[in-house]
Write a protein that binds this ligand. Structure first.
Ligand code: GAR
Length: 200
């Protein structure tokens, strides 16, 4: 099984979707640890309920992003994490984290990238007046919300949508594609690895 670390800042519904996919044997993985940065994050109680270890790392207690990420890397190593999933992680990550897990960090974003990067992606799509938006699962690179796209799902914007109703509709798709994309990334990584060593 893949050894996953999950990082979340909020409600943790995507964390829950990954945990559920593992329970349902749709994803061959185990969650080594949930790292959360907001003491109030509901993700933590979801993890506790499932008997998954949690670590609170509060970014406010670190002097800059690099020092914070160094602590994250140390924690992920302690828990023997191989793949890192950003499931509603609302902090910009630095090269300290990215270089520690090359091509093994996966993010979920609530828009069809490259449209509507950054925060408030759902509101941005509503404001722009597009009729279709969605969600994207991608590998994390230094530039925010860039990086190779693994999976996307489209979601229609309806005339009466508010940010809340639209986000809820997007999240249904997020919960479906995030576990699938994790499996896909792991598989692709394995194939690359095997073929490279096969040539050598
Ligand atoms: C998700 O919709 C995710 O796409 C978004 O935060 C939400 C977290 O929900 N992520 C971002 O906006 C990243 N910039 P959850 O805590 O219920 O999984």
């Amino acid at each position: 099984p893949l050894k996953l670390g999950i990082m979340a800042s909020g409600s943790g519904s995507n964390f829950e979707a990954v945990a559920q996919a593992i329970d349902d044997k749709q994803l061959n993985a185990q969650i080594q640890v949930l790292i959360y940065n907001n003491p109030a994050a509901k993700a933590a109680s979801r993890a506790a309920k499932r008997g998954i270890e949690t670590v609170l790392l509060n970014h406010r207690e670190y002097k800059n992003r690099e020092v914070f990420d160094q602590k994250i890397v140390q924690t992920l190593r302690e828990y023997d994490v191989e793949w890192l999933i950003l499931a509603g992680w609302m902090r910009v990550v630095t090269s300290v984290l990215i270089d520690a897990f090359p091509d093994r960090i996966i993010n979920i974003h609530p828009s069809l990238l490259p449209s509507f990067k950054g925060i408030h992606a759902v509101e941005q799509a509503l404001k722009a007046g597009v009729k279709i938006t969605g969600c994207t699962v991608h590998l994390v690179r230094l530039e925010v919300d860039s990086g190779p796209i693994l999976m996307q799902a489209a979601v229609p914007i309806l005339p009466d949508d508010t940010a809340e109703t639209l986000h809820a509709r997007i999240q249904v798709q997020e919960h479906r594609i995030l576990p699938q994309a994790i499996a896909l990334a792991a598989q692709a990584n394995l194939i690359t690895h095997v073929s490279v060593s096969g040539i050598g």
